[in-house]
Write a protein that binds this ligand. Structure first.
Ligand SMILES: [Zn+2]
Length: 274
């Protein structure tokens, strides 16, 4: 039976192996259409559950930053419009979902000090989408579920139990797979991909370093929701600092081209904009 499990896993792996932009091997068992559908459905659920901010100035600010970022996402990664929603919640949180969805909680605007720091957050979240992390995560869930089901048969577990196992596995995958904590390698990949993306969008990539310093300070007092899924540590700040050598030239190239930087006005920090 062990052999069967290994053969199944090897087959699954062989069928759907790909490489992320940073060269990491990935297993993606779902089609883009399936993953986008899950992202869109989850986003609709979240919109029903969490109040949406009606504050025009806040919405304008977040949209301004998000639009500048998504304008630099290639059409091959996402066709069509991006939907950006500001949630009225004290939670320090933000996310992006496959299918072109971005959610920013007003609580996170208490941590960001300027448009560039918000761009670092949105860049990071969109980075997860660009690198197909949801697909990878859900695929990992599926593989473990298949593995568990095969193991259950091997152990002679009854059919009913076996079915429950599948249902539970799938439920977990669909409900929590997309927004559950990403692994460390996903975090680190989203950090560098996000830093490049913000820089190409005209935001100062150095702001990503300061942002995570702010997050780190905050987590010492009371770890916010965002931190529980996004571990901040010295290593992360170090990596972001090191990656500036790659991202800074993108930012400077934009400046040299004479592309005007985004000018997103915020009532939280009006002094940041001349
Ligand atoms: Zn993340």
């Amino acid at each position: 039976m062990k052999k069967i499990i290994s053969v199944c896993l090897v087959l699954l792996t062989l069928c759907a192996c790909s490489t992320s932009s940073t060269g990491r091997n990935q297993v993606s068992l779902y089609s883009n259409a399936e993953i986008n559908h899950m992202g869109i459905t989850s986003f609709d659920e979240i919109k029903k559950e969490i109040p949406i901010s009606k504050d025009k100035a806040t919405n304008d600010f977040v949209l301004c930053v998000a639009d500048a970022i998504t304008a630099n996402v290639s059409k091959s990664a996402h066709q069509g419009e991006w939907e950006v929603v500001v949630f009225d919640s004290e939670q320090v949180n933000a996310f992006a979902l496959p299918g072109g969805k971005i959610g920013v909680y007003t609580g996170i605007l208490q941590v960001t000090e300027n448009q560039d720091q918000l761009a670092a957050i949105i860049g990071h979240e969109v980075g997860h989408v660009l690198e197909h992390h949801s697909n990878e995560r859900l695929s990992a869930n599926k593989i473990s579920t298949v593995g568990m089901a095969v193991a259950a048969i091997a152990l002679g577990v009854s059919e009913v139990d076996n079915k429950d196992l599948w249902v539970a596995g799938l439920g977990i995958g669909v409900q929590y797979g997309i927004i559950m904590p990403y692994s460390r390698s996903h975090e680190s990949e989203a950090d560098v991909v996000g830093q490049d993306l913000m820089a190409r969008s005209g935001f100062d990539p150095k702001a990503s370093v300061q942002l995570w310093k702010n997050m780190s300070k905050l987590s010492k007092e009371a770890p916010p929701e965002f931190m529980s899924t996004h571990p901040s540590n010295e290593t992360r700040i170090e990596q972001l600092n090191r990656h500036l050598i790659v991202s800074q030239p993108y930012y400077l190239a934009e400046k040299q081209l004479g592309t005007p930087p985004p000018m997103c006005k915020s009532k939280n920090y009006p002094e940041a904009i001349d």
